[in-house]
Design a protein around this ligand. Structure first.
Ligand SMILES: Cc1ncc(COP(=O)(O)O)c(C=O)c1O
Length: 409
């Protein structure tokens, strides 16, 4: 059979487009923070990871422009060779200090950071334990591990279910190396890992802990993230972060004891065989980090916004779990209803993320709302007014869709 047959057979995206509610790849032509021009019209951006609104901050933009002029557009090599600039080392020191760890290491994307830190950690006779709802980049790292040391090394436990984690840990050989990897703040549901119990289990079963805090950094505990918010920073052996969210750029890092960082930087193919972050990216992150430290009130604003939106959506009858982070899932439960409600919102000038399987389990398809500290009261009030207006229609859409079968994309 022709290799490309599967490509020809893939028409699900066209089916949804024909229904007039395809929610992906909407092009932005102007980005002014909370309001963007998307597909040629003005919309409130309520589906973003730009939690602190810093992509549009003049101080960040000016620092980035200056770095571009000083250092040029790219580094043209891996950190190991010609791609290490003084600003990379400066940023690593700043991050280590911010995270209260001995050392930090930059990677070129957050995705690569997870893959790049996990793969060298797991050798023969070691085990990797992952929450089922962890970000895909963690599982991509796990797939590489599986290829190298075998499938038995990878163990998934039920989402944030510490009893299940304990069950799985208790079956492993006592003296085997074990790494528990979990999101700090889960990217789709916005809930927070049960870290106090997780670290107790890690101690009991002699496991190491890695927290992917892509969505906790900049947001929780004055920006210092999930582990700090629990007062358990010392129990997170490796903390991972990305720069594509609160840090207004692209790239990622891990922070840990120096001997761990030294090991990763000499053993991680994702680090060694990829060009380093550009000077502009590094400088954006440096400036953003300064602002995060100087302006902790941004995290308070985020908390207030999410509380108002969560409370009011629940009051209107939407299925919204409790929580404290600016990621607010509105659970819809099937693909087509999710797409149709997404379209209703978009028609009224609101962009949110339409999330279906495999990003969430089937039956948990959802609209992911997420906010910036720079959203103004008027933006939030308008969004809530629209949700109220469409509440009745949403119920009708849901029952209409039982008639129509749309396969998951
Ligand atoms: C929890 C989590 N980890 C890792 C990543 C990957 O980060 P990046 O998009 O910066 O490559 C993401 C991105 O969405 C994420 O949500």
């Amino acid at each position: 059979m022709d290799l490309f047959n599967k490509c020809k057979m893939f028409v699900r995206h066209e089916e949804v487009r024909d229904l007039g509610c395809y929610p992906y790849f909407c092009a932005i032509s102007e980005n002014n923070g909370p309001v963007v021009i998307m597909e040629g019209k003005e919309v409130i951006m309520a589906g973003t990871n730009n939690y602190l609104g810093l992509t549009d901050d003049m101080r960040v933009k000016e620092a980035t422009r200056d770095a571009l002029m000083k250092y040029g557009t790219g580094c043209s090599g891996s950190r190991l060779m010609n791609g290490s600039f003084t600003i990379h080392a400066e940023l690593e020191e700043m991050l280590a200090d911010f995270m209260d760890k001995e050392a930090a290491l930059l990677f070129s994307t957050g995705f690569q950071t997870n893959q790049g830190a996990i793969v060298p950690m797991i050798g023969r006779k070691d085990y990797l334990l992952c929450d089922r709802e962890n970000h895909s980049s963690i599982f991509q790292g796990a797939m590489v591990v599986k290829g190298i040391v075998g499938k038995d090394a990878i163990i998934k436990y039920r989402h944030n279910d510490m009893a299940d984690l304990e069950k799985k840990l208790s079956r492993l050989p006592e003296d085997a190396g074990k790494l528990i990897v979990t999101d700090g703040v889960f990217s789709m549901l916005g809930d927070i890992v049960n870290m106090p119990v997780l670290v107790e289990l890690a101690k009991k079963y002699k496991a190491r802990v890695m927290i992917d805090d892509a969505h906790g950094l900049g947001v929780l505990c004055k920006g210092r993230g999930t582990a700090h918010s629990f007062g358990l920073n010392d129990n997170a052996d490796i903390i991972m972060g990305t720069f594509s969210k609160s840090f207004a750029s692209q790239g990622g890092f891990v922070a840990a004891d120096r001997y761990v960082i030294d090991y990763i930087k000499h053993h991680s193919p994702a680090f060694i065989f990829s060009a380093s972050m550009t000077p502009a990216q590094v400088t954006t992150v440096k400036k953003s980090l300064e602002i995060i430290k100087e302006e902790p009130e941004r995290t308070q604003r985020l908390y207030e916004i999410q509380k108002k939106v969560r409370d009011e959506l629940k009051h209107m009858g939407y299925d919204v779990p409790d929580g404290v982070t600016p990621i607010i899932p509105v659970i819809i439960g099937d693909d087509l209803t999710t797409f149709r409600i997404w379209q209703l919102l978009f028609d009224k000038g609101i962009y949110v993320n339409a999330v279906i399987s495999p990003a969430v389990p089937k039956g948990q398809q959802l609209l992911r709302l997420s906010f910036m500290s720079t959203h103004e009261d008027g933006h939030i009030d308008y969004l809530l007014k629209v949700f109220e207006e469409i509440a009745e229609k949403c119920k009708n859409i849901r029952s209409d869709n039982y008639q129509y079968e749309c396969r998951a994309m």
